[in-house]
Write a protein that binds this ligand. Structure first.
Ligand code: GTQ
Length: 347
């Protein structure tokens, strides 16, 4: 194939004329925009150790009162994408949020969708559109686009959770904004995971045929996810992924439009080599110890650590314990890629 013409090949006066009229020749940039066979990836395989993040987050609790922060968050920023851009991967924002006893992170709503995955502590809660949801370690809580949400803490000791947002995409669309609101009045009843959607395969009869709730279930208790993974593992060969997707129980679709969520279990000593795919991902360790090799970069992980997986990356994940299982929570952008029509799984 012939070399494409360079910008320098063009006469200076011609280039100046283009610039003056807000015009750009494609051919010098064509290969950068459309590289052959595999995208150009600036995203690095990175590990954020909880042991490095936690003390700095607790220090933020002393340095910055909640009133001065609104949300007290340290963002896990991928250095390959520029720290100031607050991207773990091109499409995934990840932050670790701290709330201290009796603090409130005030009510607001915004165009990006968010989820919380609880890392530690007891007594935290999130209220979404009047539904109060307890936050126990490992619970996944959805705050979909433009729904009112606020967080609080009725217990003792710090509560820390991982925030995952589709902010990079919404921001790139120049569509990211927030509205502040007055404190919600929470309904005095348990959340839908404890009442209307107790078990997969069962939903309120009235939902059949009716116009369905868009986000019927916004809390997925970890103790149920963990038990489901163990039952799944009991009938699955070693080396085959024990992985459950979080879905909307009324439609069977992914929970949110841009980001997808799943939970993985690795049996003691197990190695997983998932097929290479077009989606980027973030892995968060719920329990266990192990190693990951992501595009040749070796990373050693333990509980509450978080890893970035670039698009098209070759990934190997190993549970290095010979006695204990490991559990990982995964965020990826496969839902958006599927909707855009280019989600691919290779090999
Ligand atoms: O808790 O609503 O990490 O609005 C970033 C933006 C958390 C939240 C973040 C947010 C929130």
């Amino acid at each position: 194939m012939s070399e494409l013409g360079r910008l320098e090949d063009l006469p200076l006066s011609y280039r100046q004329g283009l610039t003056a009229h807000n015009l750009v020749p494609l051919w010098p940039s064509l290969r950068a925009a459309l590289p052959h066979d595999i995208p150009t990836r600036r995203t690095r395989p990175v590990l954020w150790r909880y042991a490095d993040v936690r003390p700095r987050l607790l220090e933020a609790g002393e340095l910055t009162p909640i009133e001065k922060a609104e949300r007290r968050v340290l963002v896990l920023a991928n250095p390959g994408l520029g720290l100031e851009n607050m991207q773990a991967t091109p499409s995934i924002y990840i932050g670790l949020q701290l709330i201290l006893p009796r603090e409130t992170a005030p009510n607001h709503k915004h165009t990006p969708s968010a989820v919380r995955f609880v890392v530690e502590g007891a007594g935290g809660f999130t209220v979404v559109e009047g539904e109060k949801m307890p936050m126990e370690p490992g619970d996944l809580i959805l705050t979909p686009s433009r729904l009112w949400h606020e967080h609080g803490h009725e217990g003792t000791g710090p509560v820390i959770w991982l925030d995952a947002l589709d902010l990079p995409t919404v921001f790139a669309l120049e569509a990211s904004y927030c509205v502040d609101g007055r404190a919600q009045v929470a309904r005095n009843q348990p959340d839908a995971s404890q009442t209307l959607y107790r078990r997969s395969g069962l939903m309120p009869y009235r939902s059949l045929g009716a116009s369905r709730g868009i986000y019927p279930l916004k809390r997925f208790p970890w103790k149920e996810v963990r038990a489901a993974l163990e039952s799944f593992a009991a009938v699955t060969n070693t080396g085959e992924a024990v992985q459950l997707a979080y879905i909307n129980p009324e439609t069977g679709d992914e929970c949110l439009p841009v980001l997808g969520f799943s939970a993985l279990m690795l049996r003691p000593g197990e190695t997983l080599r998932p097929a290479r795919r077009s989606a980027s991902a973030v892995l968060h360790v719920v329990e266990g110890d192990g190693q990951a090799v992501i595009d040749g970069t070796e990373l050693t992980w333990t509980a509450s650590d978080t890893l970035a997986v670039p698009t098209h990356a070759r990934v190997e994940i190993v549970n290095t314990s010979s006695r204990k299982p490991a559990f990982l929570f995964q965020v990826d952008d496969a839902p958006m890629q599927r909707k855009l029509g280019f989600y691919e799984v290779f090999d």
